[in-house]
Design a protein around this ligand. Structure first.
Ligand code: SF4
Length: 470
């Protein structure tokens, strides 16, 4: 499956017809959203915690270059290696060089969106290095030769029944009698994965946070696979976006509370693992530790008016709560980063013209901003990107919006339009005998193809106001 961000409209139309996807999203995204709200409300001051988290991230961004240098000096001071990478080719080349230097042939990887962003696994395979995904969702995606559809829950698009069929067909799992048992499938995958940790030469992780004051990389996982991927192999490579740095442990303390609550409704992620470098004298841990600091377009975002997008802690809450994501799922966005924050990050990372429909894939209802644990102003940035992309829109669309702008800023025109619409809607209901309008001509059929339009009121609000309040 190839991801194409410019094909959003076509992909979303197909996704809307997919009943299996709808079932999966109903079970996944909506229940995660409910869990988030319950968990955030448990805290004594949910908004205070959000603002504290926001402050920590914005402070980090304002001091980003210095904090990154601090990370580097702290890690190299303990014998670790820090490499910088401008783009995805450089990251991949760094990793391949490390593999060659240490004769690494097989690696295990815990979940990391940045390694999806740079297409690491296919790149290494092309160069003779095998890599196994160990996060259960990522493992399923790898077996399915597909892509994650969510930044926290990679198989948000799949039902447990579909995973069962995949395991039976691709991994020879004995078919289950009766209802599909997710625990049984997890045990099956776990048995396969356990042996692989012992065979692996190296482990690759991402990083949820980097704490500058001590040079510590932190990963948060729920399955323990992060610890096994880093503790057993002889080399650990952490691939982390430069925006993941926070200045202090205190800031980390705030964010590590909000991340799991916002992501899955948990009070704490099950495993919070911290890495300061390679094994020291006592011999515990990997022989070599590499941190690769990934730019890949982030500096451009940093220098733009969209810097705030880099405050994202990748919790996925804005995806789960978004009415668009809840209906079309992640693959429709054609990017590793779907949903509201993906509609900002993707055009900024890939070039706006390569992902031009995405900033328009939003109702601007504001649910994303309300859900975000660091209060990122997603709707404002979507509007900014729409403005930047206005020349990418079709002339008819632009003309329509111009007409809309003129009509809505002129009271006489607005009222005349409302009266004509009311008369037309009255005529429609009289002629068809229907209570609601269920079919409009193009281009207005975009509305009635998916929902009915209530008829206009006989009396407009303006008329009512003049009659009752003047
Ligand atoms: S923008 Fe906010 S809600 Fe969305 S993934 Fe990032 S931190 Fe979470």
């Amino acid at each position: 499956m190839e991801l194409k961000a410019n094909k959003f409209m076509q992909s979303a139309t197909i996704a809307l017809e997919d009943i299996q996807l709808k079932t999966a999203l109903d079970r996944g995204a909506r229940s995660a959203d409910v869990a988030r709200i319950a968990s955030m409300n448990e805290t004594t001051d949910a908004d205070g915690v959000r603002q504290q988290g926001r402050g920590a991230k914005l402070r980090a961004l304002s001091d980003l270059p210095d904090l990154l240098e601090k990370i580097e000096s702290n890690i190299t001071g303990r014998g670790g290696n820090v490499l910088w990478a401008v783009d995805k080719d450089e990251v991949n080349q760094h990793i391949l060089n490390i593999c060659r230097e240490h004769n690494l042939k097989f690696g295990v990887k815990s979940k990391s969106m940045v390694t999806e962003e740079i297409n690491l696994v296919p790149f290494l395979k092309e160069h003779g290095v095998d890599m196994l995904e160990t996060d259960l969702g990522e493992f399923v995606v790898q077996v399915d030769e597909s892509h994650p559809s969510h930044i926290v829950t990679p198989i948000m698009h799949m039902t447990k029944e579909k995973v069962h069929d995949l395991f039976v067909n691709k991994l020879n799992m004995p078919p289950m009698e009766g209802p599909v048992d997710p625990q049984g499938m997890t045990k099956f995958a776990r048995r396969l994965l356990r042996e692989k940790y012992l065979e692996a030469d190296f482990g690759v992780t991402g990083g949820n946070f980097m704490i500058a004051e001590t040079g510590t990389v932190v990963i948060c996982t729920n399955e323990g696979n992060g610890r096994l991927s880093t503790g057993l192999p002889r080399v650990h490579i952490a691939v982390v976006g430069i925006e993941k740095v926070v200045p202090t442990w205190e800031d980390f303390g705030t964010l590590v509370q909000t991340l799991p609550r916002a992501a899955t409704g948990q009070r704490l992620t099950v495993y919070v693992s911290m890495f300061n470098g390679a094994a020291q004298d006592e011999g515990d841990g990997p022989e070599h530790f590499y941190l690769i600091l990934v730019d890949n377009g982030r500096s451009n975002i940093y220098a733009s008016e969209y810097t705030e997008a880099l405050a994202c802690i990748r919790c996925g809450a804005c995806l789960n709560t978004c009415p668009v994501y809840q209906n079309v799922g992640g693959h429709a966005y054609g990017s590793v980063y779907p949903g509201p924050i993906g509609s900002i990050i993707t055009p900024l990372l890939m070039g706006k013209e390569n992902a031009s429909p995405l900033p328009f894939a939003s109702s601007l209802c504001g649910a994303c901003k309300a859900a975000c644990p660091v209060d990122i102003n997603i709707p404002d940035m979507l509007l900014g990107l729409r403005h930047d992309l206005q020349n990418e829109q079709s002339p008819i669309w632009r003309l329509g919006l111009k007409g809309y702008g003129v009509a809505f800023s002129n009271p006489l025109l607005f009222e005349a339009g409302a009266k004509i619409s009311a008369a037309a809607s009255e005529a429609y209901t009289q002629i068809t005998g229907k209570e609601k309008i269920d079919s409009l001509p193009p281009p207005l059929d975009g509305w009635t193809n998916y929902r009915d339009l209530p008829p206009f009121a006989d009396e407009s609000f303006h008329d009512w106001w003049r009659k009752n309040r003047e």
